[in-house]
Design a protein around this ligand. Structure first.
Ligand code: GLP
Length: 241
């Protein structure tokens, strides 16, 4: 596991964007695993700038997002589809039909999960999976539990996660109670994983995940088993490493 801690936000973003761009240079048809959250936003902005200057192209690439809330109306500003369109897809040359986010409004959520896994199976493996981490160690929306699920599934969000994400909604009551997430099995199948973490409030969980015991009570600790993980931390998140 290669862990880098950055003093300056610009270097964090340039390194993350650079890794994605060099993958696309060597493999224009790369399959990207993408994440929402605040940590990748600066990297997405940097990729937009590079794309608009002709320094990188997504024209042949495809993407699979990790997760989506269940039950937010289509076009809701806080849906992860809206986030991805607004923060990245609408501003780069990726073909929107090659971008995939689980459909949290599917009439049959179980069938949607199976469909998502079948697409990942057919078009994967993911070349580079971007990940963030929740305060409780979740990756995607795989919450700490006695056991974890391998494939894409519907999950009940923990109160800690709903509270952390309430800042994006008018009130806690408006935060969905369920989500669809890729499972840890699908995440760990990626050829390379880039974990992005920013903020002092994540320092404890970063330490547990990267140096503590490998346990389903901290899903991100499973990353210790993956042969090709790059971790980008800002100074706050890397304080205890
Ligand atoms: C949400 C998402 C996760 C993401 C996490 C971390 O809970 N479901 O996939 O990794 O936020 O977010 P941040 O990047 O803001 O630390």
């Amino acid at each position: 596991m290669n862990i880098y801690t950055f003093q300056h936000e610009a270097d964090f973003n340039a390194t993350g964007a650079g890794l994605i761009a060099s993958l696309l240079h060597t493999k224009p048809r790369a399959v990207l695993g993408l994440a929402t959250g605040s940590s990748p936003i600066g990297i997405y902005q940097r990729l937009i700038e590079m794309n608009q200057k002709g320094l990188v192209s997504f024209a042949k690439a495809s993407s699979y997002n990790l997760d989506e809330y269940v039950g937010l109306p289509e076009g809701h500003p806080e849906s992860y589809r809206s986030f991805m369109n607004e923060k990245l897809f609408n501003h780069i040359d990726i073909k929107i039909e090659n971008t995939h986010v689980p459909d949290g409004n599917a009439a049959d959520l179980e069938a949607e999960c199976q469909k998502y896994d079948a697409m990942l199976e057919a078009n994967g493996p993911v070349d580079l999976q971007i990940l963030g981490i929740g305060h409780n160690g979740h990756i995607g929306f795989n919450e700490p539990d006695e056991s974890l699920i391998g494939g894409t599934h519907v999950v009940k969000l923990q109160e800690k996660t709903r509270t952390a994400n309430a800042r994006f909604f008018p009130s806690l009551d408006d935060v969905p109670t369920q989500a669809i997430t890729m499972g840890v099995g699908s995440i760990l199948k990626a050829k390379q994983i880039m974990l992005l973490v920013r903020g002092e409030d994540k320092a404890e969980i970063v330490k547990r995940a990267l140096t503590g015991p490998i346990t389903s009570q901290c899903p991100a600790s499973l990353l210790q088993c993956h042969p090709n993980v790059v971790v980008l931390l800002d100074q706050g998140a890397g304080r205890l490493i």
